[in-house]
Design a binder for this molecule. Structure first.
Ligand code: PMP
Length: 435
């Protein structure tokens, strides 16, 4: 077993005995999904519709969505819905045919990326993008060994599950994977992180695993959200390259303007990765993801196998992606993430002054982590209570971190101060019952 909380166990529904009465939706779900069923909350919620940051449940209750970073420009954004419907009605086909909208999208996407990363492969999920990134890194470096953070999550294929400690209920930890602690919260953050990386690279080499690369989520979401000081990742990237490895920035969580200061999480650190992977908010709910890299890395990989993905890069995905980029620009969502994020952090700091349960508050833009503590130490049980009480107050949040004692806040980027206040007021009420 691992000594940390597995990612699917976070805020999970546990059924002692599935309901058997006819017509119970929960019963049907448990019978259909079987052992693979994963539902949130002590009492799961049935959802019916959504708009902006709000979701309507089957019982008519309205929930403020502080959890889902997929519908990042707002649930069911009319421009994304219209773009998808219109392209679906025109043509949807694979990338073995030319279709201008796909290249229109990629040109626009590349405007947001470092110019060196001029080749983009589109996939359907972040897992597929990371799987491909690992294969390219291994090919380019001639190595096998990867370094990841202790509670990293990078997806669900066999390869990415093996390099994702947070995905494992029983630790797999193959020989070719070495882990390092999440960045520290103070002191020489960058130096310490790079030193740990160096040690991990040596550990791989002592196991006869030539170093292939270092992959990290640039806001360390499953590790508990570590964003500061901006720039601390620089030394780790230098260290990676010095050891002949490839640096992969997994932007599935922080990408697409969420961190406010920059469009990509890695850009806050002033670095240019060798490979960038992205997904979740890319299509605002339309399943799409991608991997961007330098041509020299891709050429080497394609000599051996090459890559094709039946649904990846289809014109409907391109339409969704284009609409998302346009909405982020036209509605000023990056600036909004920055401003409302700062406002929210301010409200959280005010609450922390009177509520001893709040420990550290971390994060950038509208991606914040709040430690819930008892006697100054992280407290998973209290965090779970707060999450379930917030639900009673009509707010949805998740947990993060090795011990699941960090509240993970990722509301849509269109959040207003009024909605930030609704959240903060609900948190105060939830905390008052946990004290
Ligand atoms: N990387 C990170 C950092 C993620 O959080 C996730 C999904 N939670 C993935 C990759 C995998 O993405 P997907 O579920 O789309 O395969």
């Amino acid at each position: 077993m691992t000594d940390s909380v597995q990612i699917l166990e976070l805020n999970a529904f546990r059924s002692a005995s599935p309901p058997t009465e006819p017509g119970s939706h929960l019963g049907r779900r448990l019978r259909n999904f079987g052992a693979a069923s994963v539902l949130f909350y002590r009492e799961p919620i049935e959802m019916v519709s959504a708009s902006g940051p709000w979701i309507i449940a089957a019982d008519g209750r309205r929930y403020l969505d502080f959890y889902n970073n997929v519908p990042s420009v707002g649930h069911c954004h009319p421009r994304v819905v219209a773009a998808v419907a219109s392209q679906m009605a025109k043509i949807n086909i694979n990338t073995r045919y030319l279709c201008p909208i796909v290249d229109d999208y990629l040109d626009k996407l590349k405007d947001t990326l470092p110019s060196a990363l001029s080749n983009v492969i589109m996939t359907c999920s972040g897992s597929e993008a990371n799987d491909l990134a690992l294969r390219i890194a291994a090919e380019a470096s001639g190595g096998t060994g990867f370094v990841v953070t202790e509670n990293a999550y990078h997806g669900n294929t066999r390869y990415v599950t093996e390099i994702s400690p947070a995905a494992q209920k029983v630790a797999v930890r193959p020989n070719y994977v070495a882990t390092i602690p999440a960045p520290s919260e103070s002191g020489s953050v960058g130096e310490e992180f790079a030193k740990n990386l160096r040690t991990a690279i040596c550990a791989l080499e002592s196991r006869q695993q030539k170093f292939a690369g270092f992959i990290c989520d640039s806001i360390f979401s499953s590790d508990g959200i570590f964003s500061d000081p901006a720039g601390f990742l620089k030394l780790a990237v230098t260290e990676t390259r010095k050891a002949g490895g490839v640096f992969i920035a997994d932007e599935v969580q922080p990408g697409f303007a969420r961190s406010g200061e920059t469009f990509w999480g890695f850009a806050r650190h002033g670095i240019t990765p060798d490979i960038v992977t992205m997904g979740k908010p890319m299509g605002n709910g339309f399943p799409m993801a991608a991997m961007a890299t330098r041509p020299d890395l891709l050429v080497r990989f394609c000599k051996d196998v090459g890559y094709f993905n039946t649904f990846g890069g289809n014109p409907v995905a391109a339409a969704a992606g284009l609409a998302v980029l346009d909405v982020i620009r036209d509605e000023g969502l990056q600036e909004n993430a920055l401003q409302i994020g700062q406002y929210l952090k301010g409200r959280l700091s005010d609450i922390a002054r009177s509520r001893r349960r709040i420990g550290a508050i971390r994060g950038a833009g509208l991606f914040l982590g709040v430690d819930i503590c008892r006697d100054g130490r992280p407290d998973a049980a209290a965090t779970s209570n707060v999450i379930n009480r917030l639900k009673e107050h009509g707010v949805l949040v998740g947990a993060a971190g090795r011990t699941a004692s960090t509240l993970k806040l990722r509301p849509p980027l269109c959040l207003t101060t009024t909605e930030a206040d609704i959240f903060a007021d609900a948190l105060e009420k939830a905390l008052s019952k946990v004290d």
